[in-house]
Design a protein around this ligand. Structure first.
Ligand SMILES: [Zn+2]
Length: 218
């Protein structure tokens, strides 16, 4: 699933839960939910769905933090709980998606999400076949609609959210053509400039997800 789908999923969950928190609910918590929902996918440049995806530890941390937040009544702790809870939701729900590999629409691995406690990968359920799949965009759109409809976000924030939905749509349209687009774009870069630009290659390995190789001077 796209990072944005996870961001909107967490935001939608937050707008459902925040009224229960009452007076504490505020923009910081919505931001925490959205950013916490995006955060685990920062491991796209490391070992995707392993380095920053912790289905068990994020869930345990969310439980512990929420108890602490209730006991202390601290607003800051509540914001942290929401961010970690959003990351837990992201890590758990990735198991419903496709495998972490170069072309998940032609799957060759069974690596859904890594479970650090069990020391193995969870099998991908492939309800959403790959990040940027048409069904991924629909899920993203549905969660975004819930968040925007809630009325908890102001008009300025809504405009940003609409922009992000449009970006997700563009990403979904191009998803399978990234390799071609990359090749065409690099073909448009003049030879002399190409020598000084770093060459970045992203490789997805059989066992551990993604490695990024950056080389200077071709
Ligand atoms: Zn993820």
């Amino acid at each position: 699933m796209m990072a944005l789908t996870h961001g909107f999923m967490a935001l939608a969950a937050a707008v459902f839960l925040l009224p229960a928190i009452g007076e504490y609910a505020g923009p910081a918590m919505l931001a925490a939910a959205f950013l916490g929902g995006l955060a685990p996918d920062a491991d796209l440049v490391a070992r995707h769905r392993k380095t920053l995806h912790f289905p068990v530890w994020f869930s345990v941390a969310t439980l512990a933090l929420s108890m602490l937040a209730v006991l202390t009544g601290s607003g800051a702790l509540l914001v942290l709980t929401i961010a970690v809870g959003a990351a837990a939701l992201h890590s758990l729900s990735d198991v419903l998606g496709g495998s972490a590999e170069r072309e998940p629409w032609n799957p060759t691995t069974e690596n859904g999400v890594y479970n650090h406690v069990l020391g193995r990968w969870h099998r991908p359920r492939r309800y959403v076949r790959y990040s940027g799949a048409p069904e991924d965009f629909l899920v993203c759109l549905a969660f975004a609609a819930v968040a925007i409809n809630s009325g908890l976000t102001g008009p300025a924030v809504d405009r940003v959210l609409f922009g992000l939905v449009a970006f997700a749509g563009g990403y979904s349209l191009c998803r399978k053509r990234f390799a071609t687009i990359g090749a065409v774009a690099s073909g448009l870069v003049p030879m002399r400039l190409r020598a000084v630009l770093p060459a970045v290659s992203v490789e997805e390995t059989e066992t551990d997800g993604t490695t990024v190789d950056i080389r200077f001077g071709r």
